[in-house]
Design a protein. Sequence first.
Length: 404
Amino acid sequence: MNMPGSTGMRTVWFPIFGVRYMQSIDDSNALLINLEQRLTALERDCSLQRRSIGRWRLLSAALAATIVGGATLAAMSPRDEVADIIQARRFEVVDGQNRLVFAASASERGGQIDLWDVNGRNTLRLSNNDHGGDLALWSRRGFNVIGAFATNDGGEIALWNSNGSRVLRQFGAGDGGRIEVHDDQDRTQVTLSTSEAGGSLAALNIEGTKVFEAGTNVEGAGTLTLHRNGAAQPPVFVTAAVAGGRIDLRNASGSTVMSSSIDERGAGSLALGNPQGAPMVSIGSSPDGGLFTIAGDVGTPIFTVASVKDNGGAMSISNAAGRQVFIVGAKPQGGLLSLMNATGNKVMTAGLADDMRGGAVTIRNGRGVQVFAAGTGQGEDGAITITDADGHKPHTILPGMSNK
């Protein structure tokens, strides 16, 4: 509506934009047309945005449905519909409290699997080392208690105690297996091993010196050795042989000072040596009986006591050269004594007379020729007979005879 005095201008309010314009009525029509065009463009843009958002929502829903459907198919579909490969750099499993309990990952040496308990402690790890596989178990206190792993020589298994000290070690070597038992300071105390000769069991002292060893020798017999720290030779050595067993005791310098054995005949013997190892005393047995011998300073027997088959006991004394100079023995009929010179010839004999009842004594010269005899005769009278140096021209003296 035109007011009097109006110039054709009026105020137009546009609530959409919150702007008030002063313009002519004629211009207002053009403005409305322009606004309608802008509104149409705005509505078109909004429509495009809604359609785009709708497409993204539809795509997300489809992707979620695909994942859920894939998981369902993996659980319910036939085996040939399961995915061949699933790849990831790390795979973790958490429990109902969202605590990590399992992890599969990669390390610089290959794959690795770890397990944790409900308190977050790593208790198991399966991984690789420079030689192969590696398995480690930890206690709840965080100590490694079991280890199994590949080495350059084979495999190894180790056990640790509750304080983290290694107490047992089992491993392979080029010549066989090894087992070591350690104390709480990780010092080897017992070993079980193999060699070219067979098996071996050893005990060590706290200084690491082998003091006990049981095993086999190259002949296939069993041996037992007791060592002393710093000794040149093991002080105690026990071995078995075809004939039987043997025990050797050695002094600090390594000389055998006592040896007990069974000889090839199956008889036992005992030998005692001097500090240099030369046998000084020996005791033995045989099918005939026993034998006792004492040797001189160079090991030559100088005194012997023995049993003689079907006769009885015998005793002999020898000089430093080992030649017998005195023999005394027993026979079923009585005793016998002989004295020898340095050349071994009997120079005197004392024993039974011819009637086997009385005594008799004979004397020989240096060549062993009998030149004197004294004894009893059949009438139990005494008689003396002497000869020349060659045993000829005998002369007998009897009781009642005149001395002519």
